[in-house]
Ligand binder design. Sequence first.
Ligand code: GH3
Ligand code: MG
Ligand code: MG
Ligand code: MG
Length: 305
Amino acid sequence: MKKPEILVVEDSKFQSLILKDILNKGGYEVVCVSSAEEAINNNFYKKFDLVLLNVVLPGMNGYEFCKVVKNNDKFLPVIIITSIEDKNSLVKALNSGADDYIKKPYNVDELLARIRVQIRTRNLQLELKEKNKELEKAYDKIKEMAVTDALTGVYNRAYIKDYLDKIINKYDSASYKLSCFMIDIDNFKKVNDTFGHLVGDEVLKDVAKICKEIIRDNGAVIRFGGEEFLIILNKDIDNSKIIAEDIRSICSKSIVGDCKYTISIGVCNFNVIKLNHLNDFQKGLQEADRMLYISKNSGKNMVTI
Ligand code: GH3
Ligand code: MG
Ligand code: MG
Ligand code: MG
């Protein structure tokens, strides 16, 4: 295992050499600098596992430097080591964020024992930090899974509210134009019956893929139900009919295995008002559903707006 590295900030060359020798023998790598400024330069101190710090230094003193360290890396342990007799020195050191305080002349075994405690704590903190990162990643993954349809990879219904809140909060205006498409695969039962469920699943994926390719970041593609998809468009509302027509046309030309299929679409363009946007959206959705019903009853494979 890599030896822990200690930065000694001490202006006396003689004291530095003694400390370096003790710490090397204690199993640590050591670098000595003679001022706080030198330690701060290029964030040099950040490379270390512990800072051993004298109070009286040329330029910035030990308390001030300690504050700088703790403001930038609260997990980096700082031990102040000093011969100052001032009774307040310990309090000042701890108030500056120091993790420990050692008075000179120090006992070598005690110095090493105190350093070991700090390194131990630091390693624990770093371990926890790492675990926390893993947890955050897992949390993000779970959050994503909760709004994703496992088969097609597009969003599921749970995402609708998130998405509407997101787009409505993105802009300052009190109302916003939206467009939604209700898409239903035509005669999908027959697709399953003729080609089998696995091909049926591939058709669902195909529709999802085509929708996503056409929509990109202009809206959200949602698997609304078994073989129904919902698209919420957040811009180019004037083009909504053309976009829906594109999707319908591409699907009608697509072949999955030996299976050709078609889709019907109902489109609704509508206005949502901030804070009432969920209600407004429900109405838009109902209207799109009504348009889909008309497409279905007018021979399928068509867009109604
Ligand atoms: P219409 O043109 O009127 O929409 O007729 P349809 O046959 O598409 O509609 P219907 O509602 O009668 O059938 C939908 C079918 O979708 C029934 C169901 O088995 C199938 N389905 C739903 N979810 C899935 C799925 O995840 N995979 C597969 N393969 N089929 C599914
Ligand atoms: Mg259906
Ligand atoms: Mg149906
Ligand atoms: Mg159908």
